[in-house]
Ligand binder design. Structure first.
Ligand code: PMP
Length: 300
């Protein structure tokens, strides 16, 4: 395995970061999780945009241009000869002193790891996931905007611990008003009377790339959708429910806090979205290849 570390590809055993890095000391930094499907790095520009937006919000300078980052991700995927993979891009504040002051960190550390991931057991994709609601509220935007994909996941991890203690692999997180925000590592959708509904980003959700793909699918296939406020009552009484995330992809949900959603089986709209999501991956790959071929043609 070759890891990209500050501009160089190094073997895994040599991919080490300083213990003075504020990413390690304080969780100070940002990251992305990205999928590679059959050689195509899925929605790479969108992920890179989110990374740079997160970095700007926390006042972190990424010491390379977006185009360079895109090339670095593609180059690391190619160097690892992986056609299906999960990519982790991490930009931490870099080495500083033991104080919290980020201005003491002279240069951000940039790491790209190409590996694989499977966060949920295979069966949940066929039979659906059981969720609980965590008592840990999503950090309000006044404290740290949940749109920032920061290295500090303690808020989510505490909620995830509760899920684990309840025998679940994912939990719903409410915002400080008690409305549904998202899950610990996924966005949430419900279906009610044929319409897709998901909490607005202002409710405390990460602007998920997979969430956005689902919205595009809804547009394309003519399924009405809206971003809204969702209470647990809406989730308990939904006709269908599913989660979205880069690692998770699209996961049907069949029970929440012991309430069975509809008939307790993944619903028809969820299955349609899952099928369309597979198609989008194929279409994206074809477009990327076509764009690549066009570039080659232009150069020759
Ligand atoms: N919410 C949270 C808190 C996340 O960490 C993630 C990513 N794992 C998501 C939502 C889903 O975002 P994406 O579809 O971009 O992976």
């Amino acid at each position: 395995m070759l890891i990209y570390l500050d501009g160089k590809l190094v073997p895994r055993s040599e991919a080490t970061v300083s213990v003075f890095d504020h990413g390690f000391l304080y969780g100070d930094g940002v990251f992305e999780g990205i999928r590679v499907y059959e050689g195509n790095v899925f929605r790479l520009p969108e992920h890179v945009d989110r990374l740079y937006e997160s970095a700007r919000t926390i006042g972190l300078h990424i010491p390379m241009e977006r185009a360079e980052m895109i090339e670095a991700v593609r180059g690391t995927v190619a160097a690892n000869e992986k056609t299906d993979a999960y990519v982790r891009v991490v930009v931490s504040r870099g080495p500083g002193d033991l104080g919290i002051d980020p201005t003491k960190c002279r240069k951000a550390t940039v790491v790209i790891i190409v590996d694989s991931i499977s966060i949920y057991p295979r069966e949940v994709y066929d039979y659906g996931l059981e969720l609980v609601t965590s008592s840990v509220r999503r950090i309000p935007a006044e404290s740290l905007d949940p749109r920032v994909k920061s290295l500090n996941y303690l808020n989510n991890i505490l909620a995830r611990l509760e899920a684990t203690n309840a025998g679940c692999v994912e939990a719903i997180m409410l915002n400080h008003q008690g409305l549904v925000a998202e899950c610990t590592g996924d966005n949430i959708f419900i279906v009610k009377h044929g319409r897709l509904e998901t909490p607005a980003l202002t409710q405390g959700a990460l602007a998920g790339i997979t969430r956005q793909v689902v919205i595009e699918i809804a547009h394309a296939v003519g399924v009405p959708w809206r971003e809204t406020e969702l209470a647990l009552h809406d989730v308990y009484n939904a006709d269908e429910c599913f989660l979205t995330g880069t690692a998770a992809e699209i996961v049907p949900v069949v029970t929440v806090d012991g309430r069975t959603i509809a008939d307790g089986r993944p619903g028809p709209l969820t299955r349609l979205i899952v099928a369309e999501f597979r198609r989008v991956r194929v279409v994206d790959r074809a477009c990327a290849r076509y764009a690549g071929e066009e570039l080659v043609a232009e150069r020759t």
